[in-house]
Design a protein around this ligand. Structure first.
Ligand code: TTP
Ligand code: MG
Length: 410
């Protein structure tokens, strides 16, 4: 198939939270810094490049990080600062192309196909973007330029920090030939393991594997996997306004300690029900289904759903249904994480739509939530109900048990 040629840029900020902290506080510049959450069981969200040299990594607990790097300074993260900075960066990107897709709090895809006649070559354009980000928000970023999103994301990670890597059409095969499959965006550890079981370790091997074999092993994603191995990705850069409506509204929290006491569990469920319902009301949505997610300490996670007689965004109804679900479950061990979610949403016509600016902030917040998915170590603060005050830096985990787009509550 003949694919129209595109030029896609992926911009990824370097050690984002830590760099923002270093920018705000000159005493942190040039030294090893780790940004952490405010909760008891917090982990490192990111480390400055100075700290990474000692092996400090995202997801590490504080003690291990300090053991590796005794001179490490911890800073409790401040989401608002990161969201504000992220919005400034997006504004810079939009000056170069209308097709900007924020992917996470510190990453965006920019479709610059055709735009470079205005701004010079793609490399000149990327250099101009990097300079603007260096001057304005005073941060460095890494940019990947390639014919599609998959390869641009790969490229931006190749020479971090402050990198600029171009993958041209003619270089794709060579770049991917010996590249381990897990370097590709979207191929996680489990998939990597499955592929290794089929003796597929590199993108080259994946691209050569007959589609039929991949299809019979992985179902409909088999085809896509093969294309990924070949470096083919037709997904468009989704500009703002293109995004689909939220399919569910919910919130989850990792508990400060594992809990067996049902009364305490119920209090968390009340807090979560209120947060989910509040957010649904704010979005002018009502849902017909409520689900409760439970994670055990061994990370075994399950979700049970209950259908309500009518669509609602009322805290009490949501809470009572979530409790009904809890009562139907025999908890096999203490609980590590709880989540309440409202889905099967309808627009509540009596509500005013959110202002665009607020929607943007919500999306970024969602992105903050999304990245914690991988570790889920942050607890939410809802002082009035939980009688806890964890202070700022509340980053909730956004595990997505059912894989749907979720609007998370802070
Ligand atoms: P990343 O872009 O994954 O990491 P980074 O910007 O810190 O470092 P790099 O130079 O390698 O790109 O994530 C962006 C920010 O998101 C990061 O600064 C902290 C936050 N984050 C979390 O809160 N939890 C997570 O699990 C991850 C991976 C990131
Ligand atoms: Mg980054």
């Amino acid at each position: 198939m003949n694919r129209p040629s595109r030029t896609i840029m992926h911009v990824d900020m370097d050690a984002f939270f830590a760099s923002v902290e270093q920018r705000c506080n000159p005493r942190l510049r040039g030294i090893p810094v780790a940004v952490i959450g405010s909760a008891q069981r917090t982990v490192v969200t990111t480390a400055s490049y100075e700290a990474r040299r000692y092996g400090v990594k995202t997801g590490m607990n504080k003690f291990e990080a300090k053991r590796l790097c005794p001179g490490l300074t911890f800073v409790v993260g401040d989401n608002q600062k990161y969201i504000d900075t992220s919005m400034r960066i997006l504004a810079i990107l939009k000056a170069f192309s209308p097709r900007v897709e924020p992917y996470s709090i510190d990453e965006a895809f920019v479709d610059v196909t055709g735009a470079f006649s205005l701004f010079g070559s793609p490399v000149e354009m990327a250099t101009a973007i990097k300079n603007r980000i260096r001057k304005g928000p005073a941060l460095t970023c890494s940019v990947g330029i390639a014919p599609n999103k998959l390869l641009s994301k790969l490229a931006s990670g190749m020479e971090k920090p402050d990198g600029l890597v171009v993958i041209k059409d003619r270089d794709v095969e060579k770049t991917l030939r010996h590249l381990p499959v897990d370097k590709l965006w979207g191929i996680g550890p489990r998939l990597t393991e499955h592929l290794a079981g089929m003796s597929i370790r590199t993108c080259g091997e994946l691209g050569r594997c007959p589609a039929g074999i991949l299809r019979s092993r992985f179902g409909i994603i088999g085809e896509r996997l093969k294309l990924m191995g070949l470096g083919i990705d037709d997904e468009p850069v989704g500009a703002e306004g293109d995004e689909e409506e939220a399919k569910s509204v919910g919130h989850s929290t990792t508990l400060p300690e594992n809990v067996s006491d049902k009364e305490i569990i119920k209090r968390y469920i009340l807090a979560l029900s209120e947060m989910a319902s509040h957010r649904a009301r704010k979005y002018g949505l009502k849902g017909r289904k409520v689900s409760l997610t439970v994670r055990y300490p061994d990370f075994y996670t399950f979700t049970k759903m209950s259908t309500m007689p009518q669509a609602t965004n009322d805290t009490r109804s949501v809470y009572l249904h979530a409790l009904g679900i809890l009562d139907s479950i025999r908890l096999k061990s203490p609980v590590r994480l709880l989540g309440v979610c409202i889905s099967d949403l309808l627009r509540d016509c009596s509500q005013v739509p959110l202002f665009e600016e607020e929607r943007k902030r919500e999306r970024l917040l969602e992105a903050v939530d999304g990245i914690n998915d991988r570790f889920g170590e942050f607890t939410l603060t809802w002082a009035t109900v939980m009688e806890r005050t964890d202070g700022p830096g509340v980053i909730s985990p956004a595990w997505r048990p059912d894989g749907v787009k979720r609007v998370e509550v802070r």
